[in-house]
Every structure is written in structure tokens, then in C-alpha cells.
Design a protein around this ligand. Structure first.
Ligand code: FAD
Ligand code: UDP
Length: 364
């Protein structure tokens, strides 16, 4: 069969490309997806208790890219949700990230924002060059905050200590000298009103043909195409010629409780207690009403779906060998979290797909 464009993967990266190519270039596109559904890791669905859950872990949309927000808003309306997280430290539930509220609650104080800034500066260590994720926290908040909030959570999540991880990992979590307890401060934040899967369905049209339950390697030799857009694992594409890239995975333990509410925030982190990192209560993300509630506990593991590329120098070096191979292929575009081996949020992936489409696809 002939398709000018073939896309591997029906995650958000693949679907943005499919939508752009079909609508802007008026071309047919074949999307090949090995799972039995579209949406990739953003996929959500109703469980047996009729609660909307995120099968691959909690997804909250937030961005400062207006173009990305406007683009997705063509396919969904939004609940204007602002995410807040609590973290369980020394038997108390404390607002995360680190703000004046966090420090006041942790130490039972009543500091003003200026006093809190001074308090943290007094604790922080002088570090000449910030080389890793441990340095990021020590230089801004000192050893005690590092040990209570970050060290053990990170070890659980990555099986690595923060000093073994790139500084970008913990830099995702801000330290603020004010009382803004939101997890994200992006200009645009929300949850798709009818869920991510519905948003993804709305991106499809009659020019987009989706083949589910199919690994692309099982069919690709029977197809003719001019361009392949690949959003699967880059090491798999090259038959692991430079070895298997490492990914951190998660085991999700879902539970439905016979009560209306389970915890005081959509997400509660457990840095120091238990083997799971966090508990998410879905209704508090989606705004759904029910007399039951579903939660999920996340247990990090090395076995299972490849969720998190590992941000270390060693893994980057190995990926760069694959990247060299990618750059030699003129009719294959490598896009998304797995193909570019990058720990990035949905908005970054959508932006990248929109940019790649604008920069290249139509001219190739
Ligand atoms: P994916 O969603 O992984 O899609 C790739 C698709 O390709 C998959 O469907 C896969 O099955 C398919 N595929 C792979 N190999 C093959 C093959 N050989 N043949 C056919 N199909 C194949 N981002 C946020 O912005 N906010 C959040 O709150 C957030 N929370 C997250 C929580 C967790 C636990 C995780 C793991 C990620 C989170 N993210 C979040 C990131 C978000 O999931 C990603 O940015 C986004 O899903 C990446 O989209 P993608 O299309 O690149 O990859
Ligand atoms: N982190 C931490 N303690 C926390 C929350 C996060 O140490 O309470 C660190 C941890 O290394 C984590 C990283 O910060 O992987 C990024 O956190 P985020 O909440 O963005 O993780 P994600 O939602 O991507 O899993």
C-alpha cells in the first residue's frame, strides 16, 4: 500500500503531526500504533467504577506557549484547573514546591516572604558551579530541605541520588520566596473537559488512518512511503546497535475507595515513607463528582513500559550515538519523548511537533 506519510505512534507527538499533515497538506496519513488505543501516555478512560482515570499516571496540562494552548484548544474545551501538591514530611502534609507556606508549616513559624528568603539563604551552601540536581537544592535551600524533600524521593523515582542526575531534573521544581503554592505557574493550565483521549480523537479526520495493535516493524516492509515520522523508542528503531537505552518505569496500583474523598490534594508525594512516590486522586484532577473515588500509587521500577529517559551523562552519550544515525536519514523524522530520548512535558512535545511540521515536513 502507498501512503506518502507514515507515522509510528499515536501519542500526542504522532497525532499532532497526523492532524497537521492531513489538514494543512491535504494528504492521507497512516498512523501505526502498537497499543490498543490512541493517546500514548496521555490516554485516559473510565474504569469499572465509572471514574475517569489516567492509565499511565497523572497528566496535568500546563504551558507558557500560547500557540500550543491555542492549537489544542481547537480540539478540547478546558477545566481551568490549577495543580496543587502536598508532600508528607515528618507526619504532616506540607505544600510542595518549597514556598513561604512550606517553610512555615514545616518549622511551625510565621515568616514573611522576605524573612523566608533570608532563612533559606542562611541555610544554602556556596556552590561555585551547579553540576547536578543535588547542587540545585543545596545552593538554594541547604541540606535539611534537600534531605527531607528531595533526596529520598529522587532515589525512589530514579534509583539514583540527585548528585548522579542532570541538574534539569530537580530544576523542574521551583523554590519560591512567596505564598504561591501552585505546582506550576504557567500562564495556561487546565485539564481537557472531556479527557485527553477525547481530545486526541478530535484531532483525527477521514484522511488519517489508524492501525492499532500493530508494531510498525511487522508491516513496514509491505508499505511504500516518502516520509516516516517515528515517535517510538530510538534504540528499537536501530535494532539496539549501540545497546539498550535505559528507561525508568512505573508500576501503577489503582484502588477505588467507597468514600467520596481520599486526600486533601489531587497529588500527595511521599518522599521518605513507603515504596511508592506519590498518590493521585483522579476526581480532584478532573472535577468529576461521584460517591466513590479512585486513587493510584506509583511504584518506580526498572521493568515495564519505557516512561522516563534517564538524564545522566552516560545515557546522553549513548543516545548521541543514535542521534548521529538519525541525522543521516533524510526521510525519517524522530520526534517525541521516546524517539528524542528526552524527559519532556506534553506541551513541549506538541510545540516541537508544530515546529517540525512548519520547518520541514511540507518542504521535504
Ligand atoms: P508517547 O505518549 O509515549 O507515545 C508514543 C506512542 O508510540 C505510544 O502510544 C507507543 O505505544 C507507540 N509506539 C512505540 N513504539 C512503537 C512501535 N514499535 N510500533 C507502533 N507504535 C509504537 N506531561 C505533562 O505535560 N504533564 C504531566 O502532568 C505529565 N505527567 C506525566 C506522568 C507520567 C507518569 C509520565 C510517564 C509522563 C508524564 N508526562 C506529563 C509526559 C507526557 O506523557 C509526554 O510528554 C507525552 O505523552 C509524550 O508524547 P509522545 O507522543 O512523545 O510519546
Ligand atoms: N522531586 C523530589 N521530591 C518531590 C517532587 C519531585 O525530589 O516531592 C524531584 C524528583 O527527582 C522528580 C523531579 O523532582 O523526578 C521532578 O518532579 P516532577 O513532579 O516534575 O516529576 P514527574 O511528574 O515528571 O514524575
Amino acid at each position: 500500500m502507498n501512503f506518502k506519510y507514515i507515522i509510528v505512534g499515536a501519542g500526542i507527538a504522532g497525532l499532532v503531526m497526523a492532524e497537521r499533515i492531513s489538514n494543512e497538506l491535504n494528504e492521507n496519513v497512516l498512523v501505526i500504533e502498537k497499543r490498543d488505543h490512541i493517546g500514548g501516555n496521555c490516554y485516559d478512560c473510565y474504569n469499572d467504577d465509572k471514574i475517569l482515570i489516567h492509565k499511565y499516571g497523572p497528566h496535568i496540562f500546563h504551558t507558557n506557549y500560547k500557540e500550543t494552548w491555542d492549537y489544542l484548544s481547537k480540539f478540547t474545551e478546558w477545566n481551568y484547573y490549577q495543580h496543587r501538591v502536598l508532600t508528607y514530611i515528618d507526619g504532616n502534609y506540607i505544600p510542595m514546591p518549597i514556598t513561604t507556606e512550606t517553610i512555615n508549616k514545616l518549622y511551625n513559624m510565621n515568616l514573611s516572604n522576605d524573612q523566608m528568603e533570608k532563612f533559606l539563604k542562611d541555610q544554602s551552601l556556596d556552590i561555585e558551579e551547579i553540576k547536578n540536581s543535588e547542587d540545585v537544592v543545596l545552593s538554594k535551600a541547604g541540606k535539611e530541605i534537600y534531605e527531607k524533600f528531595f533526596k529520598n524521593y529522587t532515589k525512589k523515582q530514579w534509583d539514583l541520588y540527585p548528585n548522579e542526575l542532570d541538574k534539569s531534573v530537580i530544576s523542574r521544581i521551583p523554590i519560591r520566596y512567596n505564598k504561591d503554592t501552585r505546582y506550576f505557574t504557567d500562564k495556561y493550565q487546565g485539564m481537557p473537559k472531556c479527557g485527553y483521549t477525547k481530545m486526541c480523537y478530535n484531532m483525527l479526520n477521514s484522511n488519517i488512518h489508524v492501525l492499532l495493535n500493530t508494531d510498525y516493524k511487522d508491516v513496514i516492509n509491505d508499505l511504500n512511503y516518502e516520509m516516516l515520522i517515528y515517535t517510538g523508542q530510538v534504540d528499537y528503531y536501530f535494532n539496539y546497535k549501540y545497546g539498550h537505552l535505559k528507561y525508568r518505569s512505573l508500576k501503577f496500583d489503582f484502588e477505588t475507595l467507597d468514600s467520596e474523598s481520599c486526600q486533601d490534594a489531587a497529588v500527595v508525594n511521599y518522599p521518605n515513607d513507603y515504596d511508592f512516590t506519590r498518590i493521585t486522586e483522579f476526581k480532584k484532577l478532573t472535577g468529576q463528582k461521584s460517591d466513590k473515588t479512585t486513587i493510584v500509587r506509583e511504584y518506580p521500577t526498572w521493568n515495564g513500559e519505557p516512561y522516563y529517559p534517564i538524564p545522566t551523562d552516560e545515557c546522553s552519550e549513548q543516545y548521541n550515538k543514535y542521534k548521529g544515525e538519525c541525522d543521516k536519514l533524510k526521510n525519517v523524522i524522530f520526534l517525541g519523548r521516546l524517539a528524542e530520548y528526552k524527559y519532556c512535558n506534553m506541551d513541549v512535545v506538541v510545540k516541537r511537533a508544530l515546529d517540525v511540521f512548519k520547518d520541514g515536513v511540507s518542504d521535504r
